[in-house]
Write a protein that binds this ligand. Structure first.
Ligand SMILES: NC(=O)C1=CN([C@@H]2O[C@H](COP(=O)(O)OP(=O)(O)OC[C@H]3O[C@@H](n4cnc5c(N)ncnc54)[C@H](OP(=O)(O)O)[C@@H]3O)[C@@H](O)[C@H]2O)C=CC1
Ligand SMILES: O=C(O)CCC(=O)C(=O)O
Ligand SMILES: [Mg+2]
Length: 431
């Protein structure tokens, strides 16, 4: 068992382990959780009750989660004068599967994102965010039911690496001088008053992300994987992401995929009819179509033609924007779950797509749906499918009966508005 310094270790349960690449989940697994800042505590309390009730219902006491609170953000700082204690990283690493509430990141200065730090420290290179419609949820679009996508957002590089220098500092002056004098850069419009940020995008980073997306598409019998990039402008980062993604698909999944890069090569050589025929044949054989789209066009097409998109593989910043935009299409960030995963080490930290929504902190008001659904993803990951299924059906039943939190109630006719805790009560009653 791991030894902890700042806080005590778990008092019950057994660790989840990885054996020969397979997750081994005991009947009483230790699962670390971070409550989160802002609305985090309200949402976590509600979600934890739903999880425990669903496990009890599915296994009648044979299985039970041994929750282990670990600390990050304001609660950690107040108790240990550290935003992200070493013990927390140790616990998330030791116990493999964990879940967290949102953590605050100040804008423009102060600490860097703890959420990003967790992803980088544990090398959780996939941010996986499924977006689907639940019947009865109010939506701003006519056919929200056509949205059924799973976002694979690269989670370890891009501008989130945090390599940037503030305007006016000696460091930024040095970087700008280097760029201008040694690299021949002439296009920094206002060199005296610029901050500089660096966007690293690697072949390895792209390949492991796209590989995970294609493997997911194959395992879940999805139709396509779309590489979303801004490669027309950022040629050697986002453009390379597209090229490396296609190359990976053709090299590692030659028999299971058909790429638009192949389509273009056939078209160039034998004409469009031949390329269309090759794609039709691939579809008949059940191959995954790997295609690409430029990010701005993608953002309008998901509104106009969402049914054309399925699994999405994209870079870190694009994935961040796309997650919230797609969440809005199916009713908002109140039911937008996610997971940060390293598919090689097995480490996974489940968390909602939304943030701390500070104006609603401690009001017992916001929708706990995103963390509840992140828990559903966690139970699926653990192989506790009965629990996942039972929570999903209870959540659907609750929303269909129009018992909802403020975010849905303000857009629904005849809704019964309940608090965060009240929504959890209703879901538990429907398990
Ligand atoms: N992974 C993480 O921990 C994340 C952390 N953050 C951090 O959170 C903080 C606040 O970020 P902000 O940009 O305001 O984004 P938030 O996602 O926290 O909130 C934006 C808006 O989304 C709606 N919303 C958020 N959560 C819920 C919920 N559970 N139920 C219903 N509606 C919800 C609210 O809309 P309305 O006003 O219409 O009611 C809210 O005002 C920042 O410090 C940011 O860095 C942000 C994203 C992810
Ligand atoms: O880390 C943060 O504060 C924001 C992260 C975020 O927006 C996201 O992961 O979607
Ligand atoms: Mg975000």
């Amino acid at each position: 068992m791991a030894q902890f310094k700042a806080f005590s270790g778990p008092t019950e349960g057994e660790p989840i382990t990885l054996q020969n690449g397979q997750l081994h989940v005991p009947h009483h697994p230790i699962i670390p959780f971070i409550e989160g800042d802002g609305t985090g505590p309200d949402i976590w309390r509600a979600s934890q009750r739903v999880f425990d009730a669903a496990v009890q219902k599915a296994y009648g006491g044979q299985r039970k989660i041994a929750w282990f609170e670990v600390y990050a953000g304001e609660k950690a700082f107040n108790q240990f004068q550290e935003w992200l204690p070493e013990d927390t990283l140790k616990a998330l690493s030791e116990y493999i599967v964990s879940i967290k509430g949102p953590l605050t990141t100040p804008v423009g200065g102060g600490i860097r994102s703890l959420n990003v730090a967790l992803r980088q420290e544990l090398d959780l290179y996939v941010c996986q965010r499924p977006v689907r419609y639940f019947k009865g949820v109010p939506s701003p679009v006519k056919r929200p039911d056509l949205v059924d996508m799973v976002i694979f957002r690269e989670n370890s590089e891009d501008i989130y690496a945090g390599v940037e220098w503030q305007e006016g500092t000696p460091e930024v002056k040095k970087v700008i001088q280097f760029l201008r004098q040694e690299m021949g850069v002439k296009k920094i419009r206002f060199p005296e008053t610029s901050g500089i940020g660096i966007k690293p995008v690697s072949k390895e980073g792209t390949e492991r992300l796209v590989r995970s997306a294609i493997q997911y598409a194959l395992q879940h019998k999805r139709k396509s994987v779309t590489l979303v990039h801004k490669g027309n402008i950022m040629k050697f980062t986002e453009g390379a992401f597209k090229t490396w993604g296609y190359e990976l698909a053709e090299r590692e999944f030659a028999d299971q995929t058909f790429t638009w890069a192949m389509y273009d090569r056939i078209k160039e050589k034998d004409g469009q009819a031949a390329a269309d025929k090759a794609q039709d044949e691939a579809l008949k054989l059940g191959k995954i179509i790997v295609k690409d789209v430029i990010a701005d066009a993608f953002l309008q097409q998901i509104l106009l033609r969402p049914a054309e998109y399925d699994v999405i593989a994209t870079l870190n910043l694009n994935g961040d924007y796309i997650s919230d935009a797609l969440a809005a299409q199916v009713g908002g960030i109140g039911i937008a779950p996610g997971a940060n995963i390293n598919y090689e080490s097995g480490h996974a930290v489940f968390e909602a797509t939304h943030g701390t929504a500070p104006k609603y902190a401690n009001l017992d008001k916001v929708n706990p749906g995103s963390v509840i659904l992140s828990g559903v993803m966690m139970f699926e990951y653990m192989g506790w499918q009965e629990v996942a299924d039972s929570i999903i059906q209870a959540l659907e039943k609750t929303i269909e009966s129009k018992v909802v939190t403020y975010d849905f109630a303000r857009l629904m006719e005849g809704a019964t508005e309940v608090k965060t805790s009240g929504f959890a009560d209703a879901v538990i009653a429907n398990l």
